[in-house]
Design a binder for this molecule. Structure first.
Ligand SMILES: Nc1ncnc2c1ncn2[C@@H]1O[C@H](COP(=O)(O)OP(=O)(O)O)[C@@H](O)[C@H]1O
Ligand SMILES: [Mg+2]
Length: 289
């Protein structure tokens, strides 16, 4: 029987290492998709080749937010009907989006042949990708955990609501206890006053320090900004539409921060190996600095 790992020796590694960042948060509505879209565009504007995997089944997903109309999604790749290249959608500033949609829950529950097929589909994609962003769903479903586990960096989006903090804590707890993720980057979103982001981080840090064995880094704050809301209504990224707004500037700062996060070295950093880790349920290198 063909095993996914047997395939590894037969695939040529892709063009270069890819930094995989999972955007998570536990609670819905905190701004995961907004952050993913704007971080993606800001990184692209900094010269990175960016790909986004829309791994959220929710309604307000990435293609809606960016006004895109994908014809196919990852389930067509899984069915062997389309190549990954056919499924990719062009977004602003040259970002590429993989609409996963209905395929995403299945992605972490594939049989061996399907696993091999998916790894092959990614290794056939002979594109240079510097950063892969994963926009994950709300909650602590298995797929969210698997995506976060296979990523190199886990960005946890929180806002100043008790439910957001408790959900973020629950997510961090499960990821560290069951998935071996030990490092988290905390981004405060929809902040209303200066210092609110740091305060949120401190609160989360305190409770995590007390009960869990994890490292938390502060990734910054994105203010609540009318221009962010308005750009979402117009189905554009705020960094595109209102680059000079407070929100736009903060996303650019976040992209500069994300650029400083470590990129994996060696073959394990290649795109197909991320997919292999994902489908085989293996950890990434969440300890990357
Ligand atoms: N920084 C922000 N400023 C203003 N509104 C925001 C901001 N971030 C998110 N929002 C609002 O919150 C809503 C939900 O955001 P979304 O990114 O869809 O959350 P999630 O993906 O976590 O469910 C958006 O439609 C937008 O109206
Ligand atoms: Mg979302």
């Amino acid at each position: 029987m063909l095993e996914a790992r047997d395939l590894r020796s037969r695939i040529e590694p892709g063009p270069g290492p890819v930094k995989v960042i999972a955007v998570t948060g536990g609670k819905g509505g905190v701004g995961k998709t907004t952050v993913t879209a704007n971080l993606a565009v800001s990184l692209a504007e900094r010269g990175r080749e960016v790909m986004v995997l829309d791994a959220d089944l929710g309604l307000a997903n990435l293609d809606v937010m960016l006004g895109l109309q994908p014809r196919y999604n990852l389930s067509h790749v899984l069915a062997g009907e389309r190549s990954l290249d056919d499924v990719l959608v062009d977004g602003p500033s040259g970002i590429k989006i993989i609409p996963a949609s209905s395929g995403v829950r299945r992605m972490v529950n594939l049989n061996t042949m399907e696993q091999a097929g998916l790894i092959r589909a990614f290794s056939d994609l002979r594109r240079n990708v510097d950063v892969l962003l994963l926009d994950t769903a709300a909650g602590i479903h298995e797929d969210v955990l698997m995506f976060a586990r296979a990523a190199h960096h886990v960005l946890v989006v929180v806002c100043d609501e008790p439910a957001s903090l408790t959900d973020a804590y629950a997510l961090i707890k499960v990821l560290s206890r069951d998935m071996g993720v030990s490092r988290f980057r905390i981004l405060a979103n929809q902040t209303r006053v200066l210092g609110e982001g740091r305060d949120l981080y401190d609160k989360l840090h305190k409770v995590c320090d007390r009960f869990l064995d994890v490292t938390l880094d502060y990734a910054g704050a994105i203010p609540q900004d009318e221009f962010v809301r308005r750009s979402i209504q117009r189905q554009k990224a705020v960094v595109e539409l209102y680059p000079g707004s407070l929100g736009g500037q903060s996303f650019k700062k976040l992209a500069a921060t994300a650029d400083s996060w470590g990129t994996p070295v060696g073959a394990s950093g290649h795109l197909e190996f991320f997919v292999e880790r994902l489908v085989l349920g293996r950890p990434g290198v969440s300890s990357l600095q």
